[in-house]
Design a protein around this ligand. Structure first.
Ligand SMILES: CC(C)(COP(=O)(O)OP(=O)(O)OC[C@H]1O[C@@H](n2cnc3c(N)ncnc32)[C@H](O)[C@@H]1OP(=O)(O)O)[C@@H](O)C(=O)NCCC(=O)NCCS
Length: 206
């Protein structure tokens, strides 16, 4: 009885902490799904928009400094960074980069202001990976820890390294992918009230 109460309280505190962290997000447009988790000390900033889909997870010290759309069931590990590839203009002769045009400036709008990162559903971005704006990480893909992702990642690919290149595939065949997607679509996947390490996992039958 006391244990159940304690874990419900812990879940409530966790949810409140996530809501407080999301409330400190600085982006003109913000869209947040249900059942999210945001770890401690995040930096959430974008010149235009940050969108995070249902049941996704952002680890500790995640740093978002570009527009982004993060899908459903996405796992972003600790210390991942999504950053603007062309945040600062460094190509105008006579202007030191420190004073170059910045993507967040309200005084003069950068041509790169609308660029961002697109992470589709069911993606895992591993610890410390850096993803540059302009990149789309396809549905179901895996980005290895410490990778630097500068170009698009195909659905269900496993990429690693700097620059990140395909090193493996997540599933062995198109049939396996189709089965996975159908089961996910008809299943139920949520964080549980019982606490951090408990989930509701009911894959749909196929
Ligand atoms: C990407 C990952 C899932 C791959 O898993 P795996 O079981 O090692 O898969 P594989 O063995 O098929 O790896 C494929 C290749 O990628 C290489 N590789 C794996 N992780 C790598 C990394 N972080 N950087 C560079 N190469 C990596 C492997 O060495 C292997 O290459 P090889 O065939 O030449 O030996 C895993 O290595 C990883 O990075 N997981 C993320 C861990 C993490 O961030 N944890 C935080 C908690 S959320």
């Amino acid at each position: 009885m006391l244990g159940a109460l304690k874990s419900r309280l812990a879940a409530l505190v966790r949810r409140l902490a996530t809501r407080m962290r999301l409330a400190r997000c600085k982006a003109p447009q913000r869209v947040f799904g249900i059942d999210l988790h945001v770890g401690s000390r995040p930096r959430l900033w974008a010149p235009q928009r940050i969108e995070i889909g249902d049941h996704s997870y952002l680890g500790h010290e995640v740093c978002i400094e570009t527009n982004c759309r993060i899908g459903r069931h996405v796992l972003v590990a600790n210390r991942v960074a999504l950053v603007g590839r062309r945040d600062h203009d460094f190509r105008t002769p006579g202007v030191p980069v420190r004073f170059g045009h910045w993507v967040g400036s309200a005084k003069s709008l950068s041509p790169h202001r609308g660029e961002g990162v697109d992470i589709e559903d069911d993606v895992w971005v591993g610890y410390g990976a850096i993803v540059l704006s302009g990149v789309r990480i396809g549905r179901g893909a895996i980005v290895a820890a410490g990778s630097v992702v500068k170009s698009d990642v195909a659905p269900y690919a496993v990429v690693a390294g700097n620059p990140a290149v395909p090193v493996a595939v997540r599933f062995r065949s198109a049939e396996e992918i189709a089965r996975h997607e159908a089961m996910v679509q008809h299943g139920t996947f949520m964080s549980s009230e019982r606490g951090f390490d408990h989930f509701i996992v009911q894959p749909g039958s196929r």
